[in-house]
Write a protein that binds this ligand. Structure first.
Ligand code: ZN
Length: 341
């Protein structure tokens, strides 16, 4: 009960890349960089195990950004000529690569880090991929001319990689879809279908992460405009409840998401965000257990997975480590409080 997991990303050590940045520059290149990425992965496997987490991830040490890491292995994308684009409905600007031809995978994307992760922990492992709709929102299209067609083209490639990750021994494949919380009507209309295409044929556990974004200023400013009650999830959760995806990760602590919206996910495992990624303040075990307690009114205890609200990538290493420990301590307290007896 209350197996713990993180949404995905963790801070990169200072010797691997620039710190506390969303698109950090690497500190080395070639074979040296490849080794440094795996060294950093090992460091975070150990840190997650030491904290007491039940599901272990690679912390996304091998990718510069959660979307562009995947795109680097896709043929038909021009990384040489990036253009500035407003993303997440113009919430912020980013320099993004362009789709210039039909898409095809150059080869495996995450084989090295997935196999490394499998080789270095006996616990359950989760691997994250960007979701099709979020990729479409983080790349400039000069070829397909249609967001839905582009999303399904990416979904096919994601599916190839997801099936290969399963074969590598990954227990949970998670797709990250923060765009579901921005384009709610499109998400319910075709975003979830594209997601299901990406997950087609998987027999391992499948998950989707939705959220209000990393704790960067543009996201914090946006959240301040959303009013007292954040009901974005209300529009997309029913479509996810009807989908083939097993687990849904959403933000809870310190957000204005009404807890009752989790009831819309009946039949799914719910990864409940009990760790705030927009604040350096470390949660107490009581706070974490209280958040779990609120969610338990709407999520059965055997379906509740305490998790972080989002990735921890832009935070400091020390804060992230303390937050992992808080997550595990809070879940342990919740087991005492809400356990079967
Ligand atoms: Zn997130």
């Amino acid at each position: 009960m209350f197996d713990t997991a993180i949404a995905g990303s963790l801070p990169k050590p200072a010797w691997l890349a620039e710190t506390e940045k969303l698109w950090p520059k690497w500190k080395s290149e070639g074979a040296e960089l490849a080794q440094a990425k795996l060294d950093a992965t090992l460091l975070w496997i150990k840190a997650q195990e030491d904290a007491g987490l039940d599901v272990i991830g690679d912390g996304e040490m091998s990718r510069q950004h959660f979307v562009h890491g995947f795109l680097e292995q896709v043929e038909g994308i021009d990384f040489e000529h990036k253009v500035e684009m407003g993303i997440r409905n113009d919430r912020y600007k980013a320099m993004v690569p362009q789709v210039v031809a039909a898409l095809r995978l150059k080869g495996r994307v995450h084989a090295a880090e997935a196999r490394f992760l499998r080789a270095h922990t006996t616990r359950k492992i989760k691997f994250t991929l960007p979701g099709p709709m979020t990729i479409v929102d983080t790349v400039a299209d000069k070829f397909y001319g249609d967001r839905v067609a582009l999303a399904f083209a990416f979904a096919e490639l994601l599916n190839q990689e997801a099936l290969a990750l399963q074969a590598d021994g990954v227990d949970i494949v998670q797709f990250d879809e923060p765009a579901f919380n921005v384009y709610m009507a499109d998400a319910a209309d075709w975003g979830v279908k594209a997601l299901e295409r990406a997950a087609q044929g998987l027999t391992c556990t499948t998950a989707v992460h939705i959220c209000y974004g990393y704790g960067i200023k543009a996201n914090v400013d946006w959240k301040n405009t959303l009013g007292a009650e954040w009901r974005q999830y209300e529009l997309v959760l029913p479509a996810l409840a009807a989908s083939c995806i097993d687990q849904v990760s959403l933000e809870s602590i310190h957000s204005h998401v009404p807890a009752e919206l989790m009831a819309l996910l009946e039949g799914k495992d719910v990864m409940v965000g009990v760790i705030d990624v927009a604040s350096d303040q470390i949660e107490t075990a009581e706070e974490v257990a209280d958040t779990i307690g609120r969610a338990l009114q709407f999520v059965p205890r055997d379906r509740l997975i305490p998790c972080t609200n989002c990735g921890l990538a832009p935070m400091s290493r020390a804060v992230a480590e303390a937050k992992l420990a808080a997550l595990a301590a809070g879940a342990a307290l919740a087991r005492q409080r809400y356990g079967a007896g």
